[in-house]
Design a protein around this ligand. Structure first.
Ligand SMILES: C[S@@+](CC[C@H](N)C(=O)[O-])C[C@H]1O[C@@H](n2cnc3c(N)ncnc32)[C@H](O)[C@@H]1O
Length: 264
């Protein structure tokens, strides 16, 4: 069995799939393909967990990808990092200044600020207003253990290729192992909060169904997601997701789906 990486995901990222690794690892090993492709790499929990030798990792969020590109260069954060409300809003304003221009958006300073805002902002959220400005409020954490030296990530991340864009722009080779973890389908909404619509879910499932190599997709097991992937010939496994505590105190886990193709 391939060894898991000892590196933890460097950011807080919504929808992290570390909990899914016990199901993903055997599929990855069975497929035994040379490269992992993740169209929605998010916080890197899966790429780090599978410890892929080669990977193509994509996300639509260019600031997230810029941070990873700096990790590839052995990022050591120079900024002073502190869990302080005034500093947070000053850094947020500076980040918004930098991302307004594509040249400075790709700078080391923008990558450092992105890390700081991710750790210090409310719930690790990453949200932008219509003008494209990051608008997450201060997080009010009691304590934050900031990392300044990310040089341990360099050796692993420099073997991987990163791209920022829509999943459909990815050039996968026929033998690649694709693991797709899109934003969850939220039933009964045409336009989900995070901008990934039902049309996008359909576009993704059809795009995945065309891949001749191994494919695994995860999602919330809504009725329409189950029908969509079943209709396209995927093999489906229903899983209990991580436990959630709803406002009623109900701890029933949400059902998740794993849709698999071309892995025997
Ligand atoms: C559920 S998260 C992935 C989490 C990841 N598997 C992990 O373990 O950390 C979904 C990701 O999809 C990205 N995303 C949303 N729309 C996208 C699109 N059209 N193309 C590519 N990525 C997109 C979001 O930025 C987010 O990082």
């Amino acid at each position: 069995m391939r060894k898991q990486s000892t590196l933890n995901p460097p950011l807080k990222w919504a929808g992290g799939k570390r909990w899914l690794l016990p199901w993903l690892l055997p599929l990855w090993e069975r497929a035994s393909t040379p490269r992992l492709v993740e169209p929605f790499c998010g916080g890197l929990a899966v790429a780090l967990g599978l410890n892929a030798e080669r990977a193509l990792l994509n996300d639509v969020n260019p600031h997230l990808i810029n941070f990873y590109l700096w990790l590839q260069r052995g990022l050591v954060v120079r900024l002073h990092l502190a869990n302080d409300k005034e500093l947070y809003y000053a850094y947020r304003a500076r980040f918004n200044e930098l991302i307004a221009d594509p040249e400075t958006a790709a700078s080391q300073e923008a990558a450092e600020l992105f890390y700081y805002l991710n750790r210090t902002g409310y719930n690790g959220l990453c949200r932008f207003n219509k003008q494209g400005a990051f608008n997450v409020p201060f997080g009010r954490y009691k304590r934050i253990n900031y990392v300044q030296d990310f040089s341990d990530y360099q050796a692993v991340l420099k073997r991987w290729q990163f791209t920022a864009g829509d999943f459909a722009e990815i050039q996968a080779s026929p033998v690649d192992f694709i693991y797709a973890d899109p934003p969850y389908d939220v039933e009964f909404t045409e336009y989900s909060q995070n901008g990934f619509t039902w049309d996008d879910q359909v576009r993704l499932a059809q795009w995945l169904a065309k891949h001749p190599g191994p494919v695994v997709a995860s999602n919330q097991a809504t009725k329409r997601i189950v029908e969509l992937y079943r209709g396209l010939g995927f093999q489906l496994t229903l899983l209990d997701g991580p436990r959630r505590i709803s406002c009623t105190g109900d701890r029933t886990p949400a059902k998740e789906i794993l849709a698999v193709r071309n892995i025997t």
